[in-house]
Design a protein around this ligand. Structure first.
Ligand code: DUR
Ligand code: ZN
Length: 125
């Protein structure tokens, strides 16, 4: 299953997270509609509000390389299933409400949900 592999890529990223404050490490793997994968981790900061989540790191990398269309994002953490936070939901909604979000405790317990379920009636200009 393609999403299983994407989730494994997210899991492989967890150790690269910079999370000295929360110790909650997150890895993400973002699949474009043309088949490229961009990874990301959470990067925390002494000024806590400056922290960027793994999901947005992956998006920023992909968008800055010219990509705009995304099929799915897998999210893995050092401590069980992680669903994207509210800021990330809004950030990702900008690029489509049909994105699949793959998360779970491990690759045998994956959940696949759609962006429009995570952020119904989302805001877009
Ligand atoms: O889906 C999530 C949820 C949380 N975090 C990060 C932000 C912060 O560094 C830490 C604790 O909230 O986890 C993510 O990267 N993605
Ligand atoms: Zn977030």
């Amino acid at each position: 299953m393609k999403y299983r592999e994407l989730f494994r890529t997210a899991q492989e990223m967890v150790n690269s997270a910079y999370a000295p404050y929360s110790r909650f490490k997150v890895g993400a793997a973002l699949l474009t509609t043309t088949g490229e994968v961009f990874t990301g981790v959470n990067v925390e900061n002494s000024s806590f509000g400056a922290t960027i989540c793994a999901e947005r790191t992956a998006y920023v990398k992909a968008i800055s390389e010219g990509h705009r269309e995304f099929e799915a994002i897998a999210v893995a953490s050092s401590d069980g299933a992680a669903f994207p936070c509210g800021i990330c939901r809004q950030f990702m909604y900008e690029f489509g409400d049909e994105l699949k979000i793959i998360t779970g405790e491990d690759e045998d317990h994956l959940r696949v949900v759609e962006m429009k379920e995570l952020l119904p009636e989302g805001f877009r200009l």
